[in-house]
Design a protein around this ligand. Structure first.
Ligand code: PXP
Length: 243
């Protein structure tokens, strides 16, 4: 089966919050993304509520009929909200107030006890839990050990590579990391910096079950509409996974 596509709709809320108004509505975006063939909707409820608001999280839960993936920090207030909301999936990410978007992966080894306690709470609420981490063997094994059902590998090294040598190195690092994850018995997803131009070789790597893509799809949606932008990314993933 080709990897699934989760569409991150945070940027739609970012535009709304630029004017603190009620448009564009990320709930509408979620519906359009679903109509374009998204297999999942991803949103990040940040501690500073800079884009997605609590109201959005609640309405997404009521509206979305595909996989609903909530990205979140290991913060007790947010963990409690997630356990109450019960999205189908939670992805634990590092979060810094000064960053533009999530940078790099969560250090599961360093924050092991806090991470483990959040994983236990979310698992007990019946939520699938994923760790957004760098493609490092030890981080993947630690994620499996603390009870994550899945890891989402940071694809930034691939996205930011500037020459063939860097691209090949990024691909082989990801390929090795996928192997470690699958051998540990967890699902392996990918995300960060994936675009219409760079998705091909990543989609062709065997083992990824899903990609979470935000910026590139929302950027394209400005010109072709979200439904069409999602459809095009979906087609690319399917085509390259088959090659
Ligand atoms: N996956 C995770 C865990 C993220 O934090 C983000 C960014 O919000 C993405 C995927 C999507 O990244 P991009 O916007 O670069 O496609």
């Amino acid at each position: 089966m080709p990897p699934l596509l989760g569409v991150n709709i945070d940027h739609v809320a970012t535009v709304r919050q630029a004017r603190r108004t009620d448009e564009p509505d990320p709930i509408w975006a979620a519906v359009e993304a679903q109509l374009g063939g998204a297999d999942g909707i991803t949103f990040h409820l940040r501690e500073d509520r800079r884009h997605i608001l609590d109201r959005d999280a609640k309405l997404l839960k009521e509206t979305v009929s595909v996989n609903l993936n909530m990205e979140m920090a290991i913060d007790s207030e947010i963990v409690a909200i997630a356990a109450d909301l019960r999205p189908s999936q939670c992805t634990l990410v590092p979060e810094k107030r000064e960053e533009l978007t999530t940078e790099g992966g969560l250090d599961v080894i360093r924050h092991r006890s806090r991470v483990a306690s959040a994983v236990t709470t979310l698992r007990e609420a019946g939520i699938k839990v994923s760790a957004f981490i760098e493609p490092i063997g030890e981080q993947i094994s630690a994620s499996a050990d603390v009870g994550f059902h899945a890891v989402e590998l940071w694809t930034g090294a691939w996205a930011h590579a500037t020459n063939e040598q860097e691209r090949q190195a990024a691909l082989s690092t990801l390929s090795y990391a996928i192997d470690v994850g699958l051998k540990a018995g967890i699902d392996v997803l990918g995300g960060h910096g994936l675009t219409y131009r760079n998705i091909g070789p990543i989609a062709a790597l065997p083992g990824f079950t899903e990609f979470n893509i935000g910026h590139s799809i929302i950027a394209r949606a400005m010109f072709v509409g979200l439904r069409q932008a999602v459809r095009e990314m979906k087609e690319l993933i399917i085509r390259h996974a088959r090659d």
